[in-house]
Design a protein around this ligand. Structure first.
Ligand code: DX5
Ligand code: ZN
Length: 227
């Protein structure tokens, strides 16, 4: 059984699957969520382009819930701190896109945000275990970043388990987030492996009632975390 250092199940809907022309109304539909996941893509680190700092700044001003910003951008060292200054509660940069991840994580915290680092599905967690103390959250991608609506990659489950064990062994306060292909079914496997924060795009915004989808996901995840 995986040891969970974090036992509260958090659901962070991704606005990547929302209507970008009606963002304020789309935010109101997920006001019961723990945070809103904002996917920033630069058509360089990933083959897709979404939104950037001016839009994220406005979202931070009008959102009823905290912002969980996921930066899928190159040269994160240069651009990430501005998202913390814009009011994001947490800023996640990719390990593959940062030349100095420890320095960057410290900068994010200095700006008052939680510092988080993401790993693509094929990036190993082991080289980063010694810097867990610098992080508040570790995002283990469960699809290749770039697009919503992809299928959950079960091949990432052993990495989630190893990360959860390392976090428990080190006694550090780091939550594991998973992003990609999370549904009422896959959330159970991810929670069993050790994740406690779940990003869901299509499972929430593709539902007729996003608030109901959030509560169903939360119940499915919490049931596992309570064990
Ligand atoms: C993918 C993004 C995800 C995406 C998840 O690169 O990081 O946040 O929105 O969408 P679903 O839940 O549909 O897989
Ligand atoms: Zn994301």
């Amino acid at each position: 059984m995986t040891q969970h250092t974090h036992s509260k199940c958090c659901i962070n809907p991704s606005i990547l699957s929302a209507d970008f022309v009606n963002l304020e109304a789309e935010l109101a539909r997920i006001s019961t969520a723990d945070a809103v996941h904002v996917d920033v893509m630069d058509n360089h680190f990933v083959p897709n382009l979404t939104l950037g700092l001016p839009v994220v700044t406005r979202i931070a001003q009008v959102s009823p819930i905290p912002l969980d910003v996921h930066l899928m951008i190159s040269d994160a060292d240069r651009w990430a701190p501005a998202y913390a200054q814009a009011g994001a509660a947490s800023v996640t940069f990719h390990a593959e896109a940062s030349a100095a991840p420890i320095k960057l994580a410290r900068e994010l915290r200095a700006h008052g945000a939680k510092a988080a680092m993401a790993l693509r599905p094929a990036t190993a967690v082991e080289p980063y275990l010694d810097m867990l103390t610098e992080l508040d959250m570790l995002l283990i991608m469960t699809v290749e970043p770039g697009f919503g609506g992809q299928s959950f990659l079960d091949v990432t489950l052993p990495k989630i388990r190893r990360a959860a064990k390392a976090i428990a062994d080190a006694g550090v306060d780091v939550a594991i987030q998973v992003d990609g292909g999370i549904t009422a079914e896959t959330i159970e496997r991810a929670a069993e492996a050790g994740a406690s924060i779940f990003v869901a795009g299509s499972a929430v915004y593709g539902a007729t009632d996003p608030a109901q989808a959030i509560s169903e996901l939360r119940a499915a995840g919490q049931k596992i975390l309570n064990r």
